[in-house]
Design a protein around this ligand. Structure first.
Ligand code: HEC
Length: 246
C-alpha cells in the first residue's frame, strides 16, 4: 500500500512542479481563432517583427494562406519577405551560431511555442517587457526573467518600468515581487491597441501551433450533433427490441 501511495505521489510530482513554475500572474489572452481578420493581422505582425530572428519551420506559406482566407498572390505580395516560393516553410537566414554570438541564447523556432508555453503566457510575455539597465538590450521581462530578446515592439507600446513591492517569502525574508507597470514613454499605439496587437500575434502563434484546430473544432460540433441524433435512434431501436420481454 505504501508503495502504491509513493508511486502515485511520484506520478503527480510533475504536475506540482508545473503549478509552482513561473509564479508571475498571466493575463487571459482572449484570442478568437474564428476571427480571421485577427489571424491575418497576427500573420502580418509576425512576418514584419518576428521572422527576422525566429523561424516557424513547420509552417508553409501556402497552407497559411488557405487557412487564413488569403490568395497566393496576397501572401506573396504582402507576407513573404524571406523567400519567393509559396510552398516554402517559414525559415530565416540567421544561423544558430551567429544568433548565439549576438544574443547569448538563440531565438527558438516558434512553430509550436504556443503548445509549449500556452497562449496566456505568450500574450503576457509580449506585454511585459520593462526597462532594466542591467540587461544587454536595456529591457527585462516579468514572465521570462533575464530574457535575451530585445523588446522589438517598443515603438508600438512605448517604454514602461516595473514597480516591485516587498513581500515576506516562504523563508521569512523579504522578497521583491512585481506589482504593476508605469509608462515611461508613449508608444504609437494606445494601451488597448497594443493589447490587440499582442492578442493578434498570440492568435497567429496558436494557429501555427496546430493549423488544423479551427477545422477540428468546426468538425467537432457536427460529430457531437451526430452522436446526439444517433443516441435517439439507438434508444428507439432498443425499445423496439425489448418491448416483448419487458
Ligand atoms: C532581434 C531578434 C528577435 C526578434 C526580432 C524577436 N525575438 Fe523573440 N526571442 C529572441 C531571443 C534571442 C529569444 C531567446 C530568449 C532567451 O532564451 O533568453 C527570444 C525568445 C522568444 C520567446 C520565448 C521562447 C521560449 O523559450 O519560451 C517568444 C515567445 C518570442 N521570442 C516571441 C517573439 C515574437 C512574437 C516576436 C515578434 C513580435 C519576436 N519574438 C521577435 C530574439 C528575437
Amino acid at each position: 500500500m505504501n508503495k502504491l501511495i509513493f508511486a502515485l505521489l511520484l506520478a503527480l510530482a510533475p504536475m506540482l512542479g508545473l503549478a509552482a513554475g513561473g509564479g508571475a500572474h498571466l493575463d487571459d489572452a482572449g484570442i478568437d481563432l474564428g476571427d480571421q481578420a485577427s489571424l491575418q493581422r497576427g500573420a502580418k505582425y509576425f512576418m514584419n517583427y518576428c521572422l527576422s530572428c525566429h523561424s516557424a519551420k513547420f509552417q508553409r506559406y501556402n497552407r497559411m494562406g488557405k487557412d487564413l482566407g488569403l490568395t497566393d498572390e496576397e501572401v506573396i505580395n504582402s507576407l513573404m519577405f524571406t523567400t519567393d516560393k509559396i510552398g516554402d516553410t517559414m525559415n530565416i537566414a540567421m544561423t544558430e551560431a551567429k544568433a548565439t554570438e549576438w544574443f547569448g541564447s538563440p531565438p527558438p523556432d516558434l512553430s509550436v511555442i504556443s503548445r509549449a508555453r500556452g497562449v496566456d503566457w505568450i500574450y503576457t510575455y509580449l506585454r511585459s517587457f520593462y526597462l532594466d539597465d542591467k540587461r544587454p538590450f536595456g529591457v527585462n521581462n516579468i514572465v521570462f526573467p533575464d530574457v535575451a530578446m530585445p523588446h522589438v515592439l517598443w515603438e508600438l507600446q512605448g517604454a514602461q518600468k516595473a514597480v516591485f513591492k516587498l513581500e515576506k517569502g516562504s523563508s521569512g525574508k523579504d522578497v521583491e515581487v512585481f506589482d504593476h507597470f508605469e509608462p515611461v514613454t508613449q508608444g504609437t499605439l494606445s494601451a488597448e491597441e497594443y493589447d490587440q496587437v499582442a492578442r493578434d500575434l498570440t492568435a497567429f502563434l496558436s494557429y501555427i501551433g496546430e493549423p488544423i484546430q479551427m477545422e477540428r473544432k468546426r468538425l467537432g460540433v457536427w460529430v457531437l450533433l451526430f452522436i446526439a441524433v444517433f443516441f435517439v435512434l439507438a434508444y428507439m431501436l432498443k425499445k423496439e427490441y425489448w418491448k416483448d420481454i419487458h
